[in-house]
Design a protein around this ligand. Structure first.
Ligand SMILES: Cc1cc2nc3c(=O)[nH]c(=O)nc-3n(C[C@H](O)[C@H](O)[C@H](O)COP(=O)(O)OP(=O)(O)OC[C@H]3O[C@@H](n4cnc5c(N)ncnc54)[C@H](O)[C@@H]3O)c2cc1C
Ligand code: FES
Length: 258
């Protein structure tokens, strides 16, 4: 079947987050940064719905892609027990990814928690010649993929809530400092809603465009069920739109965060 793939590698990144490397030439070639896959987590009705996971990185030569997954509940726990050689049922790549415009020469990516994952392949693929990454974690023990991010950008900044690693405080505080030093052409944000909302409001003041990747619980993943809607502007009014189909990436000035 076209959506059954083999797991090449599974490794823990910290106490509750693991990386799955999956063999699929098609997904590795086709996936664009910011797109997601919809993963079946088990047989039977216990975990009936597929779970949306961002494509973290791809190796187009080897024909593999990586998913970084935090164990949250039943579905992700089942995935964490999968071993190399096991088969996994995945639909994708799905959704609209980040914009990669060659005219954007200076970019900043801002991620918080599991929101950092889709930003790694974005840094690798974006044609900009100055790329900075600002990543936020609750504390030192949760800092992951640091080397991978460092190797994919020109400047990496890490913030932790408790100051146990990098700078103490919010990623948006570092973003403010960097924007005031030199205006970027584009900023990409992914993480908790409060973080993205604060980032979008900040960037608006400096007239810097941005894109955000929205996380909503999903049902079908293909635009058929309305589980995943978020509010977006429509002229002077607003409407609900499906994150799985029109997103997960949206222009920052389009989304209504509430
Ligand atoms: C567009 C998108 C991209 C995502 N990318 C990643 C990723 O790259 N890596 C990753 O680890 N996770 C990612 N997630 C979150 C992931 O889908 C959920 O953590 C997962 O579905 C939980 O499934 P579960 O069966 O383990 O937990 P469940 O038993 O379904 O839920 C356990 C806990 O997780 C919370 N939860 C469930 N779904 C979500 C969600 N969508 N957002 C926030 N909290 C949720 C529930 O409220 C509950 O508290 C993404 C979600 C979306 C919508
Ligand atoms: S998850 Fe069904 S419409 Fe988006």
């Amino acid at each position: 079947m076209d959506n059954i793939f083999k797991i090449a590698k599974s490794e823990m990144l910290n106490a509750d987050t693991f990386l799955l490397t999956i063999e699929s030439e098609r997904i590795a070639k086709k996936a664009r940064p910011g797109q997601i896959v919809h993963v079946k987590c088990g047989n039977g009705t216990e975990v009936y719905l597929r779970r949306p996971i961002s494509i973290c990185s791809v190796d187009r030569e080897k024909g593999t892609f990586d998913l970084a997954i935090q164990i949250r509940g039943k579905g992700t726990k089942i995935l964490s027990n999968m071993k190399p050689g096991d088969e996994i049922d995945i639909i994708g790549p799905l959704g609209q990814g980040f914009s990669l415009y060659p005219k954007h020469r200076k970019i900043i990516v801002v991620g918080g928690g599991i929101g950092i994952f889709p930003l790694l392949q974005l840094l690798k693929d974006h044609p900009a010649d100055n790329k900075k990454a600002i990543l936020g974690f609750r504390n030192r023990s949760l800092v992951i993929l640091e080397n991978e991010f460092r190797q994919s950008c020109d400047g990496l900044f890490i913030a932790t809530d408790d100051g146990s690693y990098g700078e103490k405080g919010f990623v948006t505080d570092i973003l403010k400092k960097e924007v005031e030093k030199e205006l970027p052409d584009m900023v990409f944000l992914c993480g908790p809603i409060v973080m993205m909302k604060a980032g979008v409001e900040l960037l608006k003041k400096y007239n810097v465009p941005c894109e955000v990747s929205m996380e909503q619980r999903m049902g079908c993943g293909i635009g058929a069920c309305l589980t995943c809607v978020c509010k977006v502007k429509k002229g002077d009014d607003w409407e609900y739109t499906q994150v799985c189909k029109r997103g997960p990436v949206f222009s920052g000035d389009e989304v209504i965060f509430d």
